[in-house]
Design a protein around this ligand. Structure first.
Ligand SMILES: Cc1cc2nc3c(=O)[nH]c(=O)nc-3n(C[C@H](O)[C@H](O)[C@H](O)COP(=O)(O)OP(=O)(O)OC[C@H]3O[C@@H](n4cnc5c(N)ncnc54)[C@H](O)[C@@H]3O)c2cc1C
Length: 414
């Protein structure tokens, strides 16, 4: 079966890999000059199975109002009456109810835990080196209310078999000694020992090489302009390099999936939720993180790569605007200076922004569409790196009709 995968971010690349391993003849098309140049480029580097949670959670509507007036708030909204934003935000608010949150989180944990197994197998098979570590995530709390709020997640972690430990301040410092500068503010943490970390961009470059060696074709610098439909079947992808025909087509265009699918009358509820990151060299090992630290107050993650730290966060609802305003970068600077004032040199920071392809309920949209040979693997929001391998493996099973076991996981109904 000939399959065209549209997009070579971490989701498109992993899709291409698993489809090729399942015996498909795969071509990947991307407008950039190489893999992972857009949202998969400089994310927080968390492969956080245990932290897989929807942002639409109980208490978020109230917190969101408070955040609108805070300097270093995790959420920023550019005032706009865009119908896309209004529609997406109202669906997200509906998903903040506890019963919906539980269902969405359980679905995300299932895909994430499947990804854990798939990534482990992939690493065994390909021995990829993406500066990965397997030392877990430490979510840190600065007030007792945050410790209390985590109780609602613990039952779900237990139900999904995810290992966790609640730590007091001393135990947090034992886990991450570099946090000593902020110990006066630290009331405790949730440690997820099975979480991993790694540079998503390095992973993608290496997987792209392996996929190419395995026979996958890559067409870079090639923009997809539309999908050509005849009798409810996609016959070709129209691109700037001409038409590409195939038996099946997979849309893995991240935040841009919505436009291409919308042209076919398929409405996927994806909004580009902008985030920012900075990457810094380590100058003092003793005052640096060992793995990922998630600061719950600012919802900023700090991840250790070999001799670098990646710091990322902020959810900004402002459409596709790649600007790097000082005010947003100041939040990341503030968190890194507060946690690791002596570990890094902010003067050497490299800043970046990307658009998380977010669904209102946090779950990705994997599988069939109303057009019988058109599939999606998109909408991974805050957790595309974490969920990529599992999502791609599930997608390859659906496209090659090996199994429908996971189809119900994506709650999107057309
Ligand atoms: C600040 C930030 C921090 C994050 N931290 C984490 C984290 O720690 N852990 C985690 O799991 N996830 C994290 N994420 C989320 C993760 O990065 C995304 O979910 C993931 O990168 C999405 O991958 P994708 O392949 O779907 O999209 P992309 O990486 O955006 O790939 C889409 C591809 O489609 C191509 N494309 C788009 N339109 C066209 C077109 N018309 N024609 C041809 N090509 C096209 C693009 O060039 C791009 O290569 C973070 C995101 C951000 C912004």
């Amino acid at each position: 079966m000939k399959v065209v995968v549209l997009g070579s971010g971490v989701v498109g690349l992993t899709s291409a890999w698993y489809l090729s391993q399942a015996g498909c003849d795969v071509t990947v098309v991307d407008r950039q000059a190489r893999a992972a140049e857009e949202t998969s480029f400089a994310n927080a580097g968390q492969i956080s199975y245990g932290y897989s949670s929807p942002w639409a959670a109980p208490g978020i509507p109230k917190k969101a109002i408070k955040w609108l007036f805070e300097e270093h708030a995790p959420l920023k909204v550019k005032p706009s009456l865009s119908p896309e934003l209004m529609s997406w935000a109202s669906k997200m608010l509906l998903n903040c109810q506890l019963d919906k949150y539980r269902i969405n989180k359980a679905r995300m944990l299932t895909i994430a835990n499947h990804s854990k197994v798939c990534l482990a197998e992939l690493n065994k098979q390909l021995q990829l080196d993406y500066q990965g570590r397997t030392q877990g995530t430490l979510q840190i709390f600065r007030n007792p209310a945050q410790l209390k709020a985590v109780e609602k997640d613990i039952q779900l972690l237990e139900e999904s078999g995810t290992r966790y430990q609640l730590l007091d301040t001393e135990q947090c410092l034992k886990q991450e000694p570099g946090l000593m500068a902020m110990q006066g503010d630290l009331v405790g943490g949730l440690y997820l020992p099975d979480d991993e970390t790694g540079d998503c961009y390095l992973f993608c470059q290496q997987l792209q090489e392996k996929a190419q060696a395995a026979g996958v074709q890559f067409l870079y610098n090639t923009e997809v302009t539309r999908l050509v439909v005849e009798k409810q079947t996609i016959v070709a992808a129209q691109t700037t390099a001409g038409q590409i025909e195939a038996d099946a087509f997979v849309v893995a265009l991240g935040s841009y999936s919505k436009t291409l699918l919308g042209d076919l009358g398929i409405d996927v509820p994806i909004y580009p939720v902008k985030g920012y990151s900075l990457t810094l060299p380590i100058i003092n090992e003793q005052f640096s993180p060992q793995s990922t630290i998630m600061d719950e107050t600012y919802k900023v993650a700090l991840t250790r790569f070999d001799q670098r730290i990646r710091v990322a966060g902020t959810a900004e609802l402002a459409g596709f605007d790649p600007a790097l305003p000082e005010k947003r970068l100041a939040t990341l600077n503030h968190v890194v200076s507060n946690l690791f004032p002596d570990g890094t040199d902010l003067a050497q920071a490299e800043y970046w922004s990307g658009f998380r392809p977010m669904t209102p309920d946090g779950t990705p949209i994997i599988g069939a569409t109303p057009i019988h040979n058109l599939y999606t693997n998109t909408g991974h929001g805050t957790l595309g790196w974490t969920m990529a391998c599992g999502s791609a493996e599930i997608l390859s099973q659906i496209v090659t009709q090996q199994s429908h076991q996971y189809e119900a996981l994506s709650c999107h109904r057309y």
